[in-house]
Design a protein around this ligand. Structure first.
Ligand SMILES: [Zn+2]
Length: 173
C-alpha cells in the first residue's frame, strides 16, 4: 500500500461576534472561549474508490475531531469524496487517525502495545473499549491478510505469534 501523504495546513478558527446585541456576560464568555486550531487535510495523491477502483470526486468537506495523547483537541477538515461510478461517499482520513475513533492511532497503539503507555489522557472505560475493539478487530485483520496472501499467491514466511500476544488466535502455518 502506498504511503498516505497528507498536507496539513494550520489555520486559526475564526469566530465572529454575532451581529445581534449581546449582553456583557455573553460577550465576556465569548471572549474567554479557546480558539481551536483547524487543520485542512488534503491528500497528495489520487486515491481510487476502495469499492470499485474508479475515480473519486470531491463533493465537500466536514469537521472531524482529533484527540491527541495529551488530551489536546483539534479539528481536522476532511474531504468528502463521491465515486463517479458507484456513487458511494468516502471520507479522506489521514493515517494518524483510526476510522470511527476520536483519539489518534499513536494513542491507541500506545495503549495496546506491551508494555502499555500510561501517559495517555483517557479514562479507564475508553481503554477497556479499545482493548475489546482490538481483540475483535485483530481476528478480522488476520483473515483479511490471509485472504490477500492466498489471492495474490504471496508467500507467508513467518507468522508472528508474539505480535498477537493473546489478542486473537495465532495464524495456522
Ligand atoms: Zn466506487
Amino acid at each position: 500500500m502506498p504511503p498516505f501523504n497528507v498536507v496539513l495546513r494550520k489555520q486559526h478558527h475564526k469566530r465572529h461576534l454575532q451581529k445581534t446585541t449581546c449582553s456583557l456576560y455573553q460577550t465576556l464568555r465569548w471572549m474567554r472561549r479557546k480558539v481551536s486550531l483547524v487543520f485542512f487535510v488534503r491528500s497528495a495523491e489520487i486515491v481510487p474508490c476502495p469499492c470499485c477502483g474508479k475515480l473519486l470526486i470531491v463533493i465537500g468537506s466536514r469537521p472531524r475531531v482529533w484527540y491527541q495523547s495529551s488530551g489536546r483537541r483539534s479539528i481536522l477538515i476532511i474531504r468528502r469524496l463521491r465515486c463517479e461510478s458507484c456513487f458511494k461517499i468516502h471520507h479522506e482520513l489521514p493515517d494518524l487517525l483510526v476510522p470511527y475513533k476520536r483519539y489518534d492511532a499513536e494513542s491507541i497503539e500506545g495503549v495496546l502495545n506491551e508494555p502499555p503507555r500510561r501517559d495517555i489522557a483517557v479514562d479507564e472505560s475508553t481503554l477497556l473499549r479499545w482493548k475489546l475493539w482490538f481483540a475483535a478487530w485483530v481476528v478480522y485483520a488476520q483473515g483479511c491478510l490471509q485472504m490477500i496472501s492466498i489471492r495474490y499467491n504471496l508467500p507467508v514466511t513467518t507468522v508472528s505469534n508474539t505480535a498477537l500476544n493473546g489478542w486473537g488466535e495465532p495464524a495456522p502455518n
